[in-house]
Write a protein that binds this ligand. Structure first.
Ligand code: SAM
Length: 242
């Protein structure tokens, strides 16, 4: 299930019920801590480490096979770089006969877009810059294709202290296709303590603080900044229809 970007306000009622009724809650430690206030007293909590997704999926399946109702926590939406796929794959590979419901959540792209204005009103592409499970060549190909196609581009996993090269490379690909003044929205910790929202442009994008709790939204050729909000017009003719 997906807990949304972080605040309990952004948790859907269905996701909330899932956590509240679970006998076992399994998740990456940061996400488990975000929903701790609504975990049922006495529920077993399995807090995992980053990179321990397969381990967590199997721990959840094993608890479910033992008869427990299990909530596997993902940040945002569980189907967007989250736990849903790995749990379904592990259940199939291990021939585990368990009932699995995927409960959606508000993904970082739409949480960040809402903070910025309405940058995703038209076709957009979400690209993760993490090359842990995807080869960098393929990520580059996707960046080129999305840039050429004039998609608004949402970047997940943009950079960490020790991993600055991918964002720098993505930036040079984007600059080959887009005007340097293309609006870029940068949202850190959307819906959590320490939230920061900034609108800059493609040329200056790398001057901003960008880390692994940041979502970057690069506008397309029509994206505007209107009264401090980032907006990609859908194409309505608002002036002549007044
Ligand atoms: C592995 S992906 C997981 C995405 C998650 N399943 C979702 O649907 O939002 C992690 C990336 O999502 C983005 N992200 C997740 N939560 C965020 C938040 N609260 N604020 C800004 N970006 C966030 C960051 O780019 C982060 O590196």
């Amino acid at each position: 299930m997906g807990i949304g970007p972080g605040s309990l306000e952004d948790l859907t009622p269905r996701a909330r019920r899932c956590v509240e009724s679970a006998d076992v809650v399994v998740g990456y430690a940061t996400y488990v801590d975000l929903v701790r206030p609504i975990i049922k007293p006495g529920a077993k909590v399995i807090r995992g480490r980053m990179g321990g997704e397969v381990e967590r999926a199997r721990a959840a399946i094993s608890a479910a096979l033992g008869g427990s109702q299990v909530a596997v926590i993902s940040g945002g939406d569980p189907g967007v770089y989250g736990m849903a796929g790995v749990v379904l794959e592990a259940a199939t590979v291990d021939s585990a006969d368990v009932c699995i419901d995927v409960i959606p959540g508000v993904t970082a792209a739409t949480a960040a877009a809402a903070r910025l204005g309405a940058p995703l009103s038209v076709d957009f592409a979400v690209i993760s810059l993490s090359d842990l499970l995807t080869p960098w060549d393929l990520i580059e190909k996707r960046l080129e294709a999305a840039s050429e196609g004039d998609f608004v581009i949402v970047l997940y996993n943009p950079q960490s202290k020790g991993r600055r090269e991918p964002l720098a490379q993505a930036h040079s690909i984007l600059l080959r296709h887009r005007h340097p003044e293309t609006p870029v929205g940068i949202v850190r910790n959307a819906g959590r303590g320490g939230e920061e929202v900034e609108i800059t442009n493609l040329e200056r994008m790398l001057d901003s603080e960008i880390d692994m709790v940041t979502t970057v939204i690069v506008g397309n050729s029509s994206t505007l900044v209107l009264d401090g909000r980032m907006v990609t017009p859908r194409g309505y003719d608002l002036r002549s229809s007044r």
